[in-house]
Design a protein around this ligand. Sequence first.
Ligand code: B12
Length: 480
Amino acid sequence: MKVVLINPDIGHAERIESQAAWPPHGLLYLGSVLQKGGHDVNVIDNGRTQLPIDRLLKRVKNENPDVVGIGALTPTFKQSVRIAKAVKSEIPDAKIVFGNYHPTFTYEKILKKYKFVDYVVRGEGEETFLELVEAIKSGKKVEKIAGLAYRQGKTVKSSPRLPIQDLDNLPFPDRSLLEQEYYSEIMGAIGSGGRFTTILTSRGCPYKCRYCACAAFSHRKIRYRSPESVVAEMEQIHNEGYEEIGIVDDNFFVNKKWMDRIFTLIRENDLKFKFWAEGRVDNASREMLKKFAGVGCKIIYYGMESGSQKVLDYFKKNTTPEMNRKVVLNSKAAGIENVIGSFIVGAPVETKADVRQTLDFIMSLDGIDFPQINPLCISPGMELWDDALRGGYMKEDEMWEEEHIALNIFPSQITEAEVMGMIKGFYSDFVMRPSFLVQQLLKTLKSEYRLRVLLKNMGSGTSLRSTLKQFTQRYGGPSP
Ligand code: B12
């Protein structure tokens, strides 16, 4: 069977660097499993190429596919629908299959509203999608395929499927399916110096933060690849010339013993990489961070969320502002060069004073290199989404196709405009401190890694201007 897998763009005229920079890892896994099953696969990352739909359509038609799979996140869902409609009208015999986060939680509505979408694969797609492609090939019935949603007359049928238990059983993602080079990204600026790729060493997250859909998507089951399998894949990508790795696990820091084994094998195999990872602040001990820095970790992106205990409790984060402060100090002492803190403001319980408290808290965080501050958005699969429905604060039938700023949904004490104004004002205050600028300049002059990243940005013409443009796009205000 000929299968084309599409990572949709966001449908904006302007390219979203954050979307374009990282490889669509999920599609690489699907592609590898299908190829192992003897199928012919093409991956089109339109998040990167940003082809207008008519040209994207030409590309798809050239492949003459039997099946077209589209992986939609909530921000890219509407564009996914436009792409699917166009593909179906031009290639009516091709089966259109949706997957990834947004369709997993809205499959019934999708199949009822969009007749040009034939199937939805819920959750982790490797096994379900392979069985579906095999069934389409053999003409066999699809009813028995767990994790698949399909139409039967006017109704939508589906049976759940548990997340994949034995991750070592999956083939390594085939990066040769990608047509471009990738690089990590921070606010529109390139965040990596060498040849960059991503790796997944575990799946799922045991925590249940109310603003995150991962708990529902992975049934709160975290599963690990064996350290031997992880490092064997690192060996392979090392031989393919990659120098930098973004670890895209939801939560890389949960299991210390397992991490230790990975670090030991990296050292024993003399693998030289620069790493980027994400994680919680309460899982990262100084001792573990030291070992991680020792095998090349350069950037850690922590989910810090807030400087207000009230808001952290509202989010069911089970952390404290002091843990946020401590992890920055521990990371610095451990030799982690770059620490990014991700914050969310605009929770319905939040007052202007609470937002101010978080912004003042960030300003007081000695050693943080960059805070990424997002307004709280809700989308299907999150506990907060279900709360908004249960509370009668939104009509799902009108709202399910995109994410929404929580302040515009729940009864709130501040407005979106007030919060966006405070964020925008904060960034210039944060960056334009002479002490911060001098500190960052000295760090950069002393860091071979940072200098390489700087040169890469200058080489790619990523000017401060385009970074600020991305910034104002996100937070409004006068363009640079
Ligand atoms: C790495 C990452 C990023 C990276 C790279 C994104 C990318 N290109 O994939 C960056 C930093 C760019 C990023 C950005 C954002 N992200 Co992000 N990100 C992740 C993260 C941590 C890992 C993604 C990944 O590689 N997973 C590993 C692969 C194997 O899993 P997968 O992608 O889910 O694919 C599997 C299934 O979904 C399914 N599947 C996927 N595609 C398809 C297609 C078909 C046809 C089929 C059948 C099945 C299928 O099968 C795959 C194999 O099992 C996820 C959390 C997560 N665990 O998924 C959040 C996550 C995807 N991100 C999320 C969000 C909200 C964002 C942002 C919007 C944040 C923001 N406000 O800016 C931006 C915008 C991204 C955009 N595309 O526009 C949310 C999405 C929620 C939602 N409802 O859409 C997630 C789920 C985080 C969360 N827990 O809520 N992100």
